[in-house]
Design a protein around this ligand. Structure first.
Ligand SMILES: NC(=O)c1ccc[n+]([C@@H]2O[C@H](COP(=O)([O-])OP(=O)(O)OC[C@H]3O[C@@H](n4cnc5c(N)ncnc54)[C@H](OP(=O)(O)O)[C@@H]3O)[C@@H](O)[C@H]2O)c1
Length: 267
């Protein structure tokens, strides 16, 4: 199905950031488990290519809705567009997001503000709109893509790390509020993953991406899907990252921040 053909009233999963990387693989994973999908990001052509592959391979329906989540009205417009198509969103995946490397005083202010809009504000608005409908139906899953960056301050990528700390904190808090409603909220916290992310953020040369090993978006998506369906609140895909995050809890915050800086520096 293409963007011009509407879906009949039916439950579906909505995935933002579905044109590439982790969001694309999550959309494929969800479709592989038999769900229709609504694919959202800015690039219509890329989304339509993903939709074609998903429909051909998994026999589900894929609807494309292009949206630029930097725009303040984008989340409300997306919700209205989905409602107009009489679609019930039973799974919401907020994967759209990006980072920006560099000393905070040197980075582009507009880009930082756009990052907060996409990573934080749009994610919050979409969660509010779609989770409210899920609670009314007493059924639903929300998967918010945070990061291992959520667990400590990130010098040289300060705003990005802070946005992910928000996503983790917000997701855990509302997971607790929504307990017993039939709706679960999961924060997926991948470490460095081989997607377009590092290039967009201009951090391809950081030790994080050159020295520490990079996961595949397929493995992150498989892990994230399972954790979401089990209703886990925090999902960290690799054992190494689980151990790292646990050990940080016992170390002085200033030391953790210094190490995070070293990891963000170029090799
Ligand atoms: N890769 C990593 O190392 C890593 C690690 C931890 C967490 N994450 C998180 O994983 C999520 C997905 O990133 P990725 O690694 O898959 O990177 P990616 O391949 O660059 O994908 C980013 C996705 O976000 C979409 N997007 C960006 N700006 C948007 C906007 N203004 N409006 C709507 N969609 C927008 C992009 O689509 P369009 O360009 O078509 O708009 C794309 O589909 C992000 O939230 C990221 O912070 C990534």
């Amino acid at each position: 199905m293409t963007s011009t053909e509407s879906l009949a009233p039916k439950a579906a999963a909505l995935v933002t950031g579905a044109s590439s990387g982790i969001g694309l693989e999550l959309a494929r994973e969800i479709a592989a488990h038999g769900h229709d999908v609504v694919l959202v990001s800015r690039r219509r052509d890329a989304l339509e290519a993903v939709a074609g592959t998903i429909e051909g391979k998994f026999g589900v329906r894929a609807l494309v809705i292009p949206a630029d989540l930097r725009l303040p009205d984008a989340a409300e417009e997306l919700y209205a567009s989905v409602s107009a198509q009489k679609l019930e969103i039973e799974i919401l995946v907020n994967s759209a997001g990006f980072g920006l490397g560099g000393e905070f005083l040197e980075t582009d202010m507009l880009r930082e503000v756009e990052m907060i809009q996409v990573n934080v504000t749009a994610l919050t608005q979409l969660t509010k709109l779609f989770a409210a409908a899920m609670v009314r139906r007493r059924r639903g899953r929300v998967l918010n893509v945070a990061s291992t960056a959520a667990f400590q301050p990130g010098p040289l990528m300060a705003v990005y790390y802070a946005t992910k700390a928000y996503v983790l904190s917000f997701s855990e808090a509302i997971a607790e509020e929504l307990r017993d409603t039939g709706v679960t909220v999961t924060a997926l916290c991948p470490g460095a993953t081989a997607t377009g992310f590092a290039e967009t953020a201009k951090v391809s040369n950081s030790r994080l991406f050159t020295k520490l090993g990079v996961a595949s978006p397929q493995s992150v998506a498989r892990y994230g899907y399972k954790a979401m369906m089990r209703g886990e609140r925090v999902a960290i895909p690799t054992l190494r990252d689980k151990i790292m995050i646990q050990s940080e809890r016992f170390a002085p915050r200033a030391l953790v921040t210094k190490i995070a800086r070293m990891v963000q520096e170029s090799r």
